[in-house]
Design a protein around this ligand. Structure first.
Ligand code: NDP
Length: 263
């Protein structure tokens, strides 16, 4: 039996074990997916091999550490320096990023997105901003900590911390911070978030399974919003395809993964 896991801290909220195990069970794939709370990201590689894993996902806050842990990086992860999917290929750790494609899938229903504001400058924000720029969008990044904005400046985004923020109009505003995940914080001070929402058409949160304070504010302002469930599905399908190395059909993976959302 092949063993997979998700690494993160916190990780108890993660629906990835349910999603992947539902696919494995329904399609008779001999594998099991667990969760591993990891405090120290530098221990990722050692822990991965000690557990005898065939593959893994990585969530907050270890995605950048996961990049460093790999022997080889493939595809979009190379461009962003952020890894959310690990594959054990003959004892070598191969890193991929499926978050950005997962998010593009999630926002397909939002039309004419040309200008995006991202709250947050962590691993997820890097993946999303890089993909948005690739798609020709105009990207603004707002983060609590100034130092993390350098990557985004070099990418060609407009960047602000909470003190320097200047308002514009946005087609889409995304919370890619972990504010609201385990607490009741907004991704920025309320006066900033409220004025941004007053000047935006659509809102999305990377956090799933709850109405975060950010989404609650969007709801109160009657803005069309969605949580991170479709992003989770999108990145999960792509990760599962990598786990099973082409032995299952993508449509079957998607069908059973989506079904697990109702459990
Ligand atoms: P990181 O740890 O890499 O980055 C966290 C970001 O959140 C940083 O920009 C940090 O700012 C900011 N932040 C944390 N707490 C606060 C706060 N109280 N107020 C304002 N900003 C805050 O995390 P990731 O990028 O990996 O993940 C971010 C979120 O996206 C998580 O909630 C994760 O669960 C979610 N996610 C969901 C996915 C899905 O499939 N739906 C996929 C990937 C991620 P600073 O730099 O100032 O510390």
């Amino acid at each position: 039996m092949k063993l997979f896991s998700i690494f993160g801290n916190p990780v108890t909220h993660s629906r990835s074990p349910l999603m992947h195990n539902s696919v494995f069970k329904a399609l008779n794939y001999d594998a099991c997916y667990t969760r591993t709370e990891l405090q120290d990201g530098t221990q990722l590689r050692k822990t991965f091999f000690a557990l005898g894993l065939s593959g893994a996902n990585v969530t907050v806050p270890h995605k950048e550490e996961a990049y460093k842990a790999c022997d080889e990086i493939r595809g979009f992860a190379k461009k962003v320096g952020v890894v959310n999917t690990l594959i054990n290929e003959n004892g070598k750790l191969i890193g991929y990023n499926t978050d950005a494609d997962g998010f593009i899938y999630a926002i397909e229903e939002f039309k004419n997105i040309k200008k995006v504001l991202l709250f947050g400058a962590g691993g997820t924000a890097k993946a999303l901003a890089t993909r948005f720029i690739q798609e020709g969008m105009d990207v603004t990044v707002v983060n609590r900590t100034q130092e993390r904005l350098l990557y985004f400046q070099e990418l060609g985004c407009d960047t602000y911390n909470w003190d320097t923020f200047t308002l514009s109009h946005y087609d889409l505003v995304v919370n890619s911070t972990s504010a609201g995940l385990k607490d009741s914080y907004l991704p920025a001070p309320k006066e900033i978030v409220a004025t941004v929402l007053d000047n935006s058409s659509y809102v999305a949160d990377a956090i799933y399974g709850k109405v975060t304070p950010f989404l609650q504010l969007a709801k109160e302002k009657n803005i069309i919003y969605k949580d991170g469930a479709d992003m989770l599905l999108g990145q999960g399908v792509l990760a599962n395809e990598l786990f099973v190395k082409g032995r299952l059909k993508k449509d079957d993976i998607k069908y059973h993964m989506q079904k697990s959302f109702a459990l």
